[in-house]
Design a protein around this ligand. Structure first.
Ligand SMILES: *Cc1c(COP(=O)(O)O)cnc(C)c1O
Length: 440
């Protein structure tokens, strides 16, 4: 066999192993989900090999008549789901959507407010010295929201005070950014509309994690609460392919379009636009039930962990109002987020380690954080309900608290997972969620 054929075969062996492993695991990564067989069908269509630069009807490429129709449907569904005046479905990811939003809101180098990473902000919101997208790529100066650790949310009065001080010093703030990657409670958007109008600031909202919840009216409604622009990742609580969207009021449309093309993208991954259109249709039909169950499941998982002695953040607020819960694991026998992450992975349970707001003070950093972040999107999509959340909490308890043999727990998790191989909340689900598809 040629060397090349060997490596070619090896790639497929690895892909098959991954798919098989996923079918045996419980995935609690808050930023992931599983897309339907219908979305998978759309993203392997011939669209994957084509170009369609520009806007439907004004393309720079030929051969786009069906691509245009699908993209127009995708935009229409996005506008309807989010009650938005304008939707650009071209950004190929949430970070690219954020870059488009920054371009439409500010000149390079101008100042913005965003959540710090320790408080749940995303690296695409961060300043240059952290390698953050806003600072490194666009030169934005980033000031952080004042955060109330107990309420686990932005401190409105202290943050308004901080903005006024900056303005008085002549350090003008141009853009207020809400949203984050640890996002258990809605952010105070409407509380900042007045000061934004007073100083002529634009308000942005990064809904990456909660895009599916917002589409179903289950979280907050940033466009009604005063946000000028909203960015989506389409593959977290929204169960589409990996892609992005920018929504806005009409007055920002031209700037956003220019940022997409010719600014940011030549190719905008047309197969994923098709897959996203399919996912939007699924959300319209099943979104309300699906996201309702996500919220029940995250509360149930938090409660079940709490009852087993875990320190779940924000107990006095009911733990969470989204798909995400945050757990301080420093008082468990494993003590460290990285160790918990690795040990759970060995037991077929996939989670993220996560910084806690007070970790820095305890001398911890992102490599050895005191927390773990859990999300219920994927388990919910597979049809799990509150009783399954209790079973999952028990598996976690056996690994992290009782330090049982991970091989034994891994086998039990794989056995448990056998009953959850279909994608729910979908028009079609004949193909199993993790089936390895062969076209060769
Ligand atoms: C996940 C995430 C992003 C990045 O989205 P990608 O689609 O992975 O580029 C942006 N912002 C927030 C708040 C996120 O959590």
């Amino acid at each position: 066999m040629s060397e090349h054929k060997k490596v070619y075969d090896e790639i497929f062996t690895l892909l098959e192993r991954h798919d098989d492993w996923m079918s045996k695991t419980i995935n609690l990564i808050a930023s992931e989900n599983v897309s339907s067989p219908a979305v998978r069908s759309a993203i392997v269509s011939d669209f994957r090999d084509r170009y369609a630069e520009g806007w439907p009807g004004e393309r720079v490429y030929a051969g786009c008549k069906y691509i245009d129709e699908v993209e127009i449907i995708c935009m229409k569904l996005a506008k309807k789901l989010y009650k938005a005046e304008f939707a650009d479905v071209r950004p190929i990811s949430g970070v690219v959507a954020n870059l488009m939003m920054y371009s439409a809101a500010m000149a390079p180098g101008e100042r913005m407010m965003a959540l710090s990473i320790a408080h749940g902000g995303h690296i695409s919101h961060a300043r240059a010295n952290l390698g953050g997208t806003a600072g490194q790529i666009r030169g934005h100066k980033v000031q952080n929201w004042v955060f109330d650790e107990k309420e686990f949310n932005i401190d409105v009065d202290a943050s308004i005070g901080k903005i006024r001080k900056l303005q008085e010093k002549g350090d003008e703030v141009k853009f207020l950014l809400f949203g984050g990657s640890v996002f258990p409670f809605p952010h105070p958007v409407k509380e900042f509309r007045e000061i934004a109008d007073e100083y002529g600031m634009t308000i942005g909202y990064d809904s990456a994690h909660v895009s599916g919840l917002i589409a179903s009216g289950r979280f907050q409604d940033p466009l009604r609460e005063g946000a000028d622009m909203v960015t989506l990742s389409t593959h977290k609580t929204l169960f589409g392919p990996q892609h992005g969207v920018v929504l806005s009021r009409s007055e920002f449309a031209d700037k956003i379009k220019r940022a997409a093309f010719p600014g940011m993208m030549s190719n905008h991954h047309l197969h994923n636009v098709a897959g996203l259109a399919v996912a939007f249709a699924e959300m319209m039909e099943f979104g309300k039930d699906y996201t309702g169950q996500i919220l029940k499941n995250s509360k149930a998982l938090a409660q079940a962990l709490h009852e087993r002695g875990f320190h779940v953040i924000a107990e006095h607020k009911g733990f969470t109002e989204s798909h995400t819960i945050l757990v301080d694991i420093t008082e468990t026998p494993l003590k460290d987020g990285s160790v918990v992450e690795q040990t759970l992975e060995d037991a077929n349970i996939i989670i993220n380690r996560n910084l806690l707001p007070w970790d820095k003070k305890r001398g911890r950093d992102y490599k050895t954080p005191g927390g773990i972040r859990l999300g219920t999107s994927e388990t919910t999509r597979l049809g799990m309900k509150e009783s399954e959340m209790d079973a999952i909490a028990e598996f976690i308890h056996r690994v992290v608290m009782k330090e049982e043999d991970v091989k034994k727990v891994a086998a039990d998790v794989a056995q448990f997972k056998r009953d959850y191989q279909k994608v729910h909340y979908a028009f079609d689900n004949e193909t199993d969620a993790y089936a390895h598809l062969r076209f060769r």
